[in-house]
Design a protein around this ligand. Sequence first.
Ligand SMILES: Nc1ncnc2c1ncn2[C@@H]1O[C@H](COP(=O)(O)OP(=O)(O)OP(=O)(O)O)[C@@H](O)[C@H]1O
Ligand SMILES: O=P(O)(O)OC[C@H]1O[C@H](OP(=O)(O)OP(=O)(O)O)[C@H](O)[C@@H]1O
Ligand SMILES: O=C(O)c1cccnc1
Ligand SMILES: [Mg+2]
Length: 556
Amino acid sequence: MSSEISIADKQMARQNGIVQPLLTDLYQITMAYAYWKSGKVNDVAVFDLFFRTNPFQGEFTIFAGLEECMKFLENFHYSNSDIKYLKQTLPENIEPEFYLYLKELTCKDIIVSAIEEGSVVFPRVPLLRVEGPLIVAQLLETTLLTLVNFASLMATNAARYRMVAGKNVSLLEFGLRRAQGPDGGLSASKYAYIGGFDGTSNVLAGKMFNIPVKGTHAHSFVTSFSTLDDIHRVTLTHAQTREPCNLLESPCNLLESAMEWRSRVSTVIDVSTEESSDGELAALISYAIAFPTGFLALVDTYDVKRSGLLNFCAVALALNDCGYRAVGIRIDSGDLAYLSVLARETFEKVGETFNVPWFAKLTIVASNDINEETILSLNEQGHKIDCFGIGTHLVTCQRQPALGCVYKLVEINGQPRIKLSQDVGKVTIPGHKEAYRLFGADGHALIDLLQRSSEPAPVVGQKVLCRHPFQESKRAYVIPSYVEHLYKICWKDGRVCTAPKPLSKVRERVQSSLRTLRQDIKRNLNPTPYKVAVSDDLYNFIHDLWLQNAPIGELS
Ligand SMILES: Nc1ncnc2c1ncn2[C@@H]1O[C@H](COP(=O)(O)OP(=O)(O)OP(=O)(O)O)[C@@H](O)[C@H]1O
Ligand SMILES: O=P(O)(O)OC[C@H]1O[C@H](OP(=O)(O)OP(=O)(O)O)[C@H](O)[C@@H]1O
Ligand SMILES: O=C(O)c1cccnc1
Ligand SMILES: [Mg+2]
């Protein structure tokens, strides 16, 4: 049994099992056959993976998913059952040698260069450059896109929540139940953490990715208790002495103690004990007995003001008498600004009256359909929330459900390729390119510059002409104080070239990379676009190729 578990654990640590070569679109495999039939087995291609517009009406994106891409390349091979399935599924006329060819395919001749995972990235700058045999590079398209698109969208969404919440508020991801299926839920938990969340309620994500798991309890726990008679156990051992509390002179058992405290607190906060729910009190006592060191109670089941806060304070003070500090409350409905302020005032007053100073600092968690706008609005109104639990809007990326990353051929056998479009924004930037980020003297990123790989890199202190890729008149000279070459080779000779970083490091990278962006680029409303440019050489290269490839129309 234990060896079975360890094998399962290892597989999990490697990669979610559904990421495999058949997790692709059929057309990749039919194209592979057609390439193979037309003698393109030795063709060498360069593909760029990039997006065209930042999500959420913002002006930045966080790049994520790279480590999963590397694991995919490592494991890439068609199993016997994959080949068997393809034989049954593809047309009968497919030559059997093609399946022998597929069976031998690996990514050993592929080279992947990429921007560091967790970096801020911008439209049109390739996140990944994939070079190698055309057929293999083509077969990777859909899977690489599915690994990068949602990961980057989620990490960006989470980073935006972190920005509006500020660094002093804790953010928990509660989205599994509302996510786009099990895999969407797992990915959401992972990339929410990278983007700046502090933990997740998703236990499997905690196990697989070593993310802190956190949580409170549901309304059902409260509503499952009707009266005080539903309490099964009432005693606790004292936190320090480990003696049963009911042997100490004060307090007695948690029920008696909480009942007494309820009467005392009710006069202080001017709420009648008659109005508060006994079922709720029974639930909170039972929860406190189960988790005396982690007592965080949901207080909105019946009425936050008239029942939940009073019952919570009563149980927390009873716990205090047993040497335990309660953690706090969660509010999941109603006006979260008003109720959080009310809760904080209540805790301050109760703490002061009964000389329990830490009471004023109890944690207030808020949840219930929270999104960026809600947090901004709560900030404006003034609130006393220490922690947001966020599910639906975060994990479904409700405000924008997809990032439009694409994978385009930019070179074949050393020849540049361009994809033309009526929509200029969709014209691809041809050729094998490098990307540089140029920084100003104050440490802020000024511009991302794409160049042909044959060009020398920009040099600190030397003027570079940066051009808009499609608008001739938009140009600027930039004298960089620092130049960052954005690509590192991360896959070559069948191996990952850079050691994978722990998620916590990628998470730190997100914040340090965001700090290099000017505030106006990050602001929520109408942010300033960050500039992405091409060198003069690349500009001329694009436009020459464009002219060569655009047919000349005839008017009659
Ligand atoms: N002070 C506030 N300012 C802005 N938005 C708020 C504030 N308080 C709560 N909200 C948001 O308003 C919405 C309230 O939703 P809704 O009316 O469905 O909840 P409710 O009636 O309070 O709770 P429930 O239906 O779960 O009992 C939620 O999205 C919540 O996050
Ligand atoms: O609101 P979200 O951002 O999605 O966060 C997760 C929600 O999940 C739970 O609700 P539950 O499933 O108990 O249902 P409810 O919302 O109807 O209370 C919890 O109480 C939160 O409200
Ligand atoms: O732990 C919680 O409070 C929680 C977890 C998932 C969804 N809603 C709340
Ligand atoms: Mg809810």
